[in-house]
Design a protein around this ligand. Sequence first.
Ligand SMILES: [Fe+2]
Ligand SMILES: [Fe+2]
Length: 298
Amino acid sequence: MGHVDYKITIFEYGSGAIPETMQYSNQYTSNRDYNVFAIALLQGGGKNILVDTGMDLDDPVKQGLAKNFLDYCHSPQEMLATVGLTPDDIDDVVLTHSHFDHMGALEVYPNAQFYLQRDDLEAWEDIASDPKKALLMFMSVDAEDLKRARALEAEGRLTLLDGDVADLLPGIDVIKTSSAHSFADQLVVIRTPDGPYVDAGDVATRQGNILGVEEKPFYLPPAMGNAAPYGAMKAYDEIMAIVGDDISKVILPHDSYRADRMPYDEPKEGLKVYQLRKLGALVGRLPWRGVLPADCCG
Ligand SMILES: [Fe+2]
Ligand SMILES: [Fe+2]
């Protein structure tokens, strides 16, 4: 299979402190740690492709989410403007899963085709329609986004996928995971001249999920999620096999430590922009820098 010389840009569009117990399974602590929110832009072969949408800040629901637990949040329009694009320029959006911070701006991209795993949408539609399952909606999914997804499908702009797809787009494969974070996430494999990169979606949200942390040098899947850690661990085996154990080729949406190990531009306060493939070899292992004290963030 061929590759495409994709330019890979990561936009960290939001950040805020959350309990550390949500970052890693099995952490019994009251500490809080920073969480960032990121999406990736892939540019190559004449296409502008996003992995996930970010959040539509014109939507009152997203405004509420951003206000309540993020110190900063920037709109897709602001992110794209930093590289001279507008939402009209986006050709395709590969959705890793249905959570609001990944699929929360479907209405922003008027010319895009979207791709999502069918099982993820259907599981969330079941949950959204059943009050007994309301627990899982909390801080995960905006029910209106599910309706927006179906409207896009009716317009022929959303393709629901049933499993792995090789060459979904030029040089881009998707791999379906089961019960690894949401219900049917997809890993996005970006085949470039310097090897494949993987956008892990939230199957791994930060480097410590795969590499572990101090004194726990093993898989530590995020506690945030709707499925079980074992599914995530099996996905980590697959991700690391694809990238040849090079963690610097794994794109991690919520990794607040990315700024410690990669250069970035900050065109607006709280909006960090990284050019991934310019960087060459990066630090493989993250130094564990501890966590914020429990009373740091109110
Ligand atoms: Fe997320
Ligand atoms: Fe998620």
